[in-house]
Design a protein around this ligand. Structure first.
Ligand SMILES: *Cc1c(COP(=O)(O)O)cnc(C)c1O
Length: 570
């Protein structure tokens, strides 16, 4: 690879394959899908992340529904190979040595994108430093800061050690990687024989950096007191560079990334708007605009085997040219139904194997699978159990599959899981509910393809994009979702799925909105979704449109082509 044209993609988490628990959820999955599409498109990309030797945790739910966590060490050398190159960063005056493991992502035409997973677990390092690349999102804020130093600063140094000297583009997938900008500034200043960086360096670095923000809530942005960063990095010049570090007394990695990038984007049209309101302070000059590029999914990864076979037959070349899936409109209804029934059968078998819940492939089935965070409102569907039972009874039954982990320190998220599980008994016999442990890549694949409708009920406008509904659409599964994130773009009523609630949320309190959204959800389910499901031809029309209209557009191939045009090659 010619390093004069390399795009270096930095992400704290990347989902590379099902056996590597190096991701926690949507952000890592998106990073993996992005890299897989880059390989398909033969883009000159390399990726940098941390090794996360102990993985993101394994989830156990006890009889009362309470979540406990355990580490998931994985066999690193079965998937990756160690490179001889070494780099180091300085933390609190100590040298922390790094090595990199290489994992190779191969595209549909054979093009390779190398992923470098940084590892501090070396005998040269002291005990605590060796744990820095063990746990994804583990530990306290100090641990987190040190990990971000390893990723951002260590990542740039490792690329240099590996021979990538030029690298015209650095893409920061979320603010965790923002310290790479600081390293580039220092490098640039040194190149010109200066001790510290100045405004010219800042401008030069901006030309190289691209930043994608994923978080519409202020609490989601990493912030560290200057005192803490100063201690870690041994510098005290934060006050001198307001155009870079900004913000009273603390280093906000989102602002650092914004200040050092020539192109910034949110991950759906609406998220672009929300990010502009959140991140463009009116009282301060900023050089950046915030655009949007709507997320997608890697189609070959998320098509279930029966649908992949169907596409191979009716839309050959769909892996190379994702937009050609518009041709799914030509697939005969009975073939679509057969593929769906096969995917559903696989899911039902897995559910019954894991839980003994006695799920029935003939019964209409909904999924709600997401990280258990309160704004995602997992319990919206359970607001009125009596009404839900009545709706289910009339339709010949209803099955609901829940899955999702709560962050180990998120007590409210854990309570949420517990409450969902505790509702199970009272819903019987009309409604069968299961909560599956350990929502991950494999389970996500089974769920997105195997249910009849995908449910999503976030509190607007907190859904940046969401991608699970896109995976479902690819497998002919329509969404029933709140109009937020990608669904504002993807929903064509009764054609690709259905909207819950109003497109412009009524100004109302949280409780009132929840009440109205629940009303709307029950209404849609009872009067529109379940009746359509019982009319096979109407349902097949919707399944076909979900694929043809949404999978052909909401994929990482289209998404990357936008990054190329708007961010990488300008
Ligand atoms: C796709 C996927 C996600 C992202 O889900 P959203 O809820 O749409 O943000 C998270 N976890 C897993 C395992 C996934 O496959």
């Amino acid at each position: 690879m010619n390093d004069h044209e390399v795009i270096a993609y930095f992400s704290m988490e990347i989902a590379l394959e099902p056996g590597m628990p190096t991701y926690s959820g949507g952000l890592g999955m998106l990073a993996g899908d992005t890299i897989r599409s880059a390989a398909d498109l033969q883009l000159p990309m390399v990726a940098v992340t941390l090794l996360h030797r102990q993985g993101y945790f394994a989830q156990k739910l006890d009889a009362g529904g309470w979540q406990t966590e355990s580490p998931v060490a994985w066999p690193v050398d079965r998937f990756c190979h160690e490179l001889p190159a070494r780099a180091q960063v300085t933390i609190e005056g100590r040298a922390v040595h790094l090595r990199a493991w290489k994992y190779t992502v191969k595209g549909v035409g054979g093009h390779e994108v190398p992923v470098f997973l940084l590892d501090t677990d070396l005998t040269e390092n002291t005990g605590w430093d060796r744990t820095l690349t063990h746990h994804l999102y583990g530990g306290d804020s100090w641990y987190r800061l040190c990990q971000e130093i390893v990723l951002g600063i260590g990542g740039v140094r490792m690329l240099r050690a590996l021979g990538y000297r030029e690298v015209p583009r650095f893409h920061m997938n979320e603010g965790h990687a923002a310290l790479l900008g600081l390293e580039l500034l220092e490098e640039h200043a040194r190149w010109f024989g200066r001790d510290g960086f100045n405004h010219d360096d800042v401008q030069a670095i901006q030309q190289r950096c691209v930043f994608t923000t994923h978080t519409p809530v202020p609490a989601g942005h990493d912030r560290f007191p200057f005192e803490l960063v100063g201690r870690a990095l041994g510098r005290s010049d934060f006050g001198e560079h307001h155009d870079v570090f900004c913000c009273e007394g603390e280093l906000n990695l989102t602002y650092l990334a914004l200040n050092l990038s020539h192109y910034v984007n949110g991950v759906a049209k609406k998220h672009g708007e929300v990010s502009r309101l959140l991140l463009l302070p009116k009282d301060r000059f900023h050089h950046y605009q915030i655009d949007h590029i709507t997320n997608g999914v890697h189609l070959a990864t998320w098509a279930s085997p029966p649908f992949a076979q169907l596409f191979d037959r009716y839309v050959p070349g769909w892996r190379e040219d994702n937009a050609s899936l518009r041709g799914a409109l030509n697939i005969p209804g009975e073939d679509i139904w057969r593929a769906h029934s096969e995917a559903k059968e696989r899911l039902v078998q897995e559910i019954n194997r894991r839980t003994g819940a006695g799920f029935d492939p003939q019964v209409f089935t909904l999924a709600f699978a997401r990280r258990a965070a309160t704004y995602k409102r997992a319990r919206l569907l359970l607001t009125d159990p009596v009404r839900l039972k009545r709706i289910a009874g009339k339709a010949g039954g209803l099955q609901i599959v829940y899955a999702g982990k709560a962050h180990p320190r998120d007590e409210a998220g854990k309570k949420l899981i517990q409450q969902v599980i505790q509702a199970r008994q009272s819903l019987l016999p009309e409604v069968r509910l299961v909560y599956l442990e350990n929502y991950d890549w494999e389970l996500g694949r089974l769920l997105a393809a195997g249910v009849d409708t995908w449910l999503n009920t976030p509190e607007p406008p907190q859904e940046a994009s969401g991608t699970s509904g896109m995976k479902a659409a690819l497998n002919g599964v329509p969404s029933l979702s709140i109009l937020d994130g990608w669904w504002l773009e993807g929903c064509i009523e009764h054609v690709t799925g259905w909207a819950i609630g109003e497109s412009t949320p009524v100004k109302a309190g949280l409780e009132e909105r929840r009440r109205r959204d629940a009303q709307s959800l029950y209404q849609k389910l009872e009067k529109t979704v379940l009746p359509a499901y019982s009319q096979r031809q109407d349902w097949l029309r919707i399944m076909r449109h979900a694929i043809a209209l949404n999978a052909s557009h909401f994929n990482t191939q289209r998404m990357l082509e936008e990054y190329v045009m708007k961010a990488y090659f300008i």
